[in-house]
Write a protein that binds this ligand. Structure first.
Ligand code: FMN
Length: 255
């Protein structure tokens, strides 16, 4: 089998892993993973990756996230978008640079986009090396606390938490929209209500067949009901997001 084919096979078959065997990951393996991240397409390399190996900090981070299975991971890396270093590089080049402007949507979008591209390269590199990964959003939701814990300067925001470890489960492949819904030709085609309903019902059923919520969160609930509750615009969520928006804006992430 050609290298291309086997890499495609690995991409098609990757799943998020939430159960890991206790094992150490040597630092040189982590270097290989991060270096793979750095090879992703990038405009300003507006990212930083923070390995949290200090026991106290790791415990604090696990508490902020409130997700049990993080503790099984051999390594946890906080993925950050980093306009701080970009700002310093631009200052060096031209003090009257775009980041000194009140609005700089292009740089903000690029920084988040290229952080994501690098993260996906890291996920695939970990797979190639035989490790499993889970990407979690808790560090973004609790950005202010995480920023304080990791002493992030202004301009650096946590985007995701990448958990890496030896796989201790082989879950089924999780649902995706059918290709013809996400792949458009020449113009945008609106999904119709039947297609939306079909996907929601079928994917929820797949998660229920896996026993997804019980397995990972100990929740006895239909996935669809969980999803309905999760996306609800509550007063609490609105307040939390308002606070998060303020923090992101203060950090220079203004769109
Ligand atoms: C930015 C981002 C944040 C995520 N955060 C979480 C999370 O906090 N908890 C979780 O269970 N899944 C989270 N996910 C989704 C999973 O990582 C996973 O991709 C999804 O359940 C689909 O499963 P699969 O990767 O096995 O196909 C996140 C995904 C992305 C892209």
């Amino acid at each position: 089998m050609s290298i291309t084919r086997s890499l495609l096979n690995l991409i098609y078959n990757r799943r998020t892993i939430r159960k890991f065997k206790p094992a150490d990951i040597p630092e040189d393996i982590l270097h290989m993973i991060v270096e793979a991240g750095q090879r992703a397409p990038s405009y300003n390399q507006a990212y930083s990756f923070i390995l949290v190996s200090d026991k106290e900090k790791r415990r604090a981070l696990e508490e902020v996230c409130g997700i049990k299975y993080i503790s099984n991971a051999s390594a946890i890396i906080v993925i950050c978008s980093d306009l701080n270093r970009v700002n310093k590089m631009f200052n060096y080049l031209n003090p009257n640079h775009v980041l000194t402007s009140n609005e700089h949507p292009v740089e903000v979008i690029y920084s988040i986009f290229e952080t994501g591209l690098a993260t996906q390269n890291m996920i695939i590199a970990a797979e190639v090396l035989g490790f499993g990964t889970a990407l979690l959003d808790c560090v973004l939701v609790e950005a202010e606390q995480v920023a304080a814990l990791l002493e992030l300067p202004k301009g650096v925001i946590p985007i995701g938490l990448l958990c890496i470890g030896e796989k201790d489960e082989l879950p089924p492949k999780r649902p995706r929209w059918p290709l013809h819904i996400v792949f458009h030709k020449n113009k945008y085609r609106e999904p119709n209500s039947y297609e939306i309903a079909n996907y929601v019902e079928e994917s929820s059923e797949t998660y229920d067949q896996e026993g997804y919520l019980m397995k990972y969160a100990g929740i006895s609930m239909k996935y669809k009901d969980y999803f309905i509750a999760k996306i609800e615009k509550t007063k609490e969520v609105e307040k939390k997001y308002e606070k998060l928006s303020k923090f992101l804006k203060k950090a220079g992430f203004k769109i």
